[in-house]
Every structure is written in structure tokens, then in C-alpha cells.
Design a protein around this ligand. Structure first.
Ligand code: BGC
Length: 371
């Protein structure tokens, strides 16, 4: 073999092994952004036939099909059949939320003696990263294997008012134990704040199949953070004991949602941050939800200290989603693993500050089974 042939052979071998090791499975075209950028949809599947579809726009979990007690797959997340639906921004259906999940009061905070003013998109406050949060940007699909997908996004210094170039990676993995695992990581070149989550709206009976008031819920939380009328935590860590917020034993979501409790009234239902009972730093059970008719069960495990339980109080039937289904009030629930809302302004809350050199890393697992 001549040296040239050998070089060509080695070159071909390198290309082959590179492709094999990255094993990239292509996405399909989902649509185009108004500026003409291609939006892709990646299908994940596990050995048991569970399927998930993820869009590079917003990192949205567009569909998640899991079995019921008879083994029939049903799509249990709200969303749209085509990209068009996501252009009239829906309330964060399935999206990656960032740079800061939930609210920051008066859309400002001070870090290292500097005041940062953020985009206001919720009255006087900022919500879920601002006007163009991570739910409305195009992510780059880095590595798609057919059962996992890595998405990357660089949030520039000053974007929506936040300091520091933040390099973010979110990896979705569908395991053969019927788990959807989401790994989040981020690094920065300037002190900043970070609080990433996923905003899937679940209905275990199937998307668009009525309200979720009959679903039974357990929340592994002794305390929650009560809010003011702008849904900003007051700073108090309140015991759930003896209140409609006590889900330490299973309760139907709707059982106490109409109660006269002042906090239920402020949220228009449940829209609160629950402080998780945790031991250690690893994954720990946050919530369990079951739906009697389908027999589907969802367990949420997380490394995060808290979870936002939101009962779709602002859905009002004006959105028509997949298959033309009408999404009425409380037709889904969200369980958003997170740090507490408004932490950048509340020094007694666990810190959300990320410094250069440190790596932000969190993991949340949604495990599906049947009862
Ligand atoms: C918030 C709600 C908000 C919803 C959709 C939830 O995380 O807590 O107040 O309406 O997201 O935007």
C-alpha cells in the first residue's frame, strides 16, 4: 500500500469512527422561524415503544406518548401538531425555561453591587426569562442518538438584561425504564443567576381529555413559599400542615382547589413553589401523580430544592392544540423543578448565583408507569 492510500484509508476510518461514536440521528423539519431559520423535530424512542418529540425551537417537548394500563400509548403533554402553533406564543407548553424560571420581582436584582434591569413581561415583574426567554430561541441539536438529544444555546451577555455569556446544554434522554431524564448544565463568563426548568403541561388521561382535577397527587414537601398578589414569594416558608397545600398524603388535585384559603385565591388555584423534603444532593422524589381511568402514574425525581405546582389556571379554552383539542382551564398540570422564584432578591433562599469557573448542573427525571 502506498503512503497516499494509507493516508486515505486512515482518513476514511477516522470519519467512520467519528460518525459511529456520535451516531447522530437526523431530525425532521418542523417549520421555519419568521426569519427563515429551519426548526427541527427530533424523535426519541425507547425499547418499550415510549416516544418523545423535541423541537429545536425552545427545546420544546412537543409530544410524549406513554402506555396506559392496557398498554395503549397516549400523548400526555399539551402542544401543537405543527410549528405554526408555537409562533403565537403559547404559555410555555413543553418548553425549556430560562435564564431564570418563574418570577423576579420588579424585573431587577443586584449582584456584586451592580443593579441589573430585566425585561418586564408580567406586569412589573419578569417571568420565565423575559420577553424572549429560552422557550423562544433556536437551540442547536448537538448529539441525537434516537434515545437522547443534546441541545445547546449560548445566551449572550445582556440578553433580556442578564449579565454574562451563559453557555447552556440541555440533554433529554428516554430510558428503557420509561423515564424521561433531563440534564441541564451551564457555565458563565461573569457572575449571573440561573434557574432552568421544563414547562411541560401534563394530563395523564391524554392531552385534551378534560381537566386534571381528578388526578391524585403526592408532593414530598412540608413547606411552601406563599406569594403576594403579583405571585412573588413573600419570603415566608410556610408549613403545609392543615392547609390545601398539604399533599404529603395523596389528594385529588381538585379536592381543595376551590377552598377559601387566601393563597389559593391569589394563585387562582395552585401556582406555588413547594420546598422539597430532601436528603443529600442526588435525585430525590418530589411528586407522584396518578390518574385512575388510564392507570397512568408519573413520578418526578430531581436534584433541585423545589417544585412549582401549577394547575393551568390561566388556560381558558381559547387554545386549540394537537388534534384540534380545546385546552380548557385546568386541563393540565405542571411540575416545574426549580430554585425558588425571586431568589436573586431574597438572600434567605438557596442561591441561584453562578460564577465563572463553576458549572451549573441539575437533573430531573419523569418516570412513567401504570397503577
Ligand atoms: C407560573 C404561572 C404562569 C405559568 C405559565 C408557571 O410557572 O407559575 O404563574 O402563568 O407558568 O406562564
Amino acid at each position: 500500500m502506498t503512503p497516499l492510500n494509507l493516508t486515505l484509508l486512515l482518513g476514511a476510518f477516522t470519519i467512520m469512527t467519528t460518525n459511529c461514536s456520535s451516531n447522530h440521528v437526523a431530525g425532521r423539519e418542523f417549520g421555519k422561524t419568521p426569519s427563515g431559520e429551519a426548526v427541527e423535530l427530533y424523535a426519541l424512542k425507547n425499547a418499550k415503544g415510549v416516544e418523545g418529540d423535541i423541537s429545536t425551537y425552545g427545546g420544546v417537548l412537543v409530544a410524549l406518548k406513554v402506555p396506559d394500563h392496557a398498554g395503549a400509548l397516549g400523548d400526555i403533554v399539551l402542544g401543537f401538531d405543527d410549528f405554526q402553533g408555537y409562533q403565537i406564543p403559547p404559555p410555555y407548553f413543553g418548553a425549556i425555561v430560562g435564564r431564570y424560571g418563574n418570577r423576579i420581582a420588579h424585573a431587577r436584582f443586584t449582584l456584586g453591587g451592580v443593579e441589573y434591569n430585566l425585561a418586564k413581561n408580567d406586569g412589573d415583574n419578569t417571568l420565565h426569562g423575559g420577553k424572549r426567554g429560552f422557550d423562544k430561541v433556536l437551540w442547536t441539536a448537538k448529539n441525537a442518538t434516537g434515545h437522547s438529544l443534546e441541545l445547546a444555546y449560548l445566551s449572550k451577555d445582556g440578553e433580556e438584561g442578564y449579565p454574562g455569556n451563559l453557555s447552556v446544554t440541555v440533554t433529554y434522554t428516554l430510558t428503557d425504564n420509561n423515564e424521561l431524564k433531563i440534564d441541564y448544565s451551564a457555565t458563565t463568563d461573569k457572575d449571573t443567576v440561573v434557574n432552568l426548568t421544563n414547562h411541560s403541561y401534563f394530563n395523564l388521561a391524554g392531552q385534551g381529555e378534560g381537566d386534571i382535577l381528578g388526578h391524585e397527587l403526592i408532593l414530598n414537601a412540608d413547606r411552601y413559599t406563599p406569594v403576594d398578589k403579583g405571585l412573588i414569594p413573600t419570603g415566608e416558608l410556610r408549613s403545609v400542615a392543615g392547609t390545601p397545600f398539604d399533599f404529603r398524603q395523596p389528594h385529588a388535585i381538585g379536592e381543595r382547589i376551590g377552598s377559601s384559603d387566601e393563597q389559593i385565591a391569589l394563585g387562582g388555584g395552585y401556582d406555588h413553589n413547594f420546598i422539597l423534603n430532601r436528603t443529600g444532593d442526588g435525585l430525590s422524589l418530589a411528586a407522584r401523580v396518578t390518574e385512575a381511568k388510564s392507570g397512568r402514574a408519573l413520578e418526578v425525581f430531581t436534584t433541585e430544592p423545589a417544585i412549582q405546582f401549577y394547575t393551568g389556571n390561566f388556560l381558558d379554552g381559547t387554545i386549540r392544540g394537537k388534534g384540534g383539542k380545546v385546552y380548557g382551564r385546568r386541563s393540565a398540570f405542571c411540575l416545574e423543578t426549580q430554585h425558588y422564584p425571586d431568589s436573586p432578591n431574597q438572600p434567605s433562599f438557596p442561591s441561584t448565583v453562578l460564577k465563572p469557573g463553576a458549572v451549573y448542573r441539575t437533573t430531573t427525571v419523569y418516570r412513567f408507569s401504570t397503577t
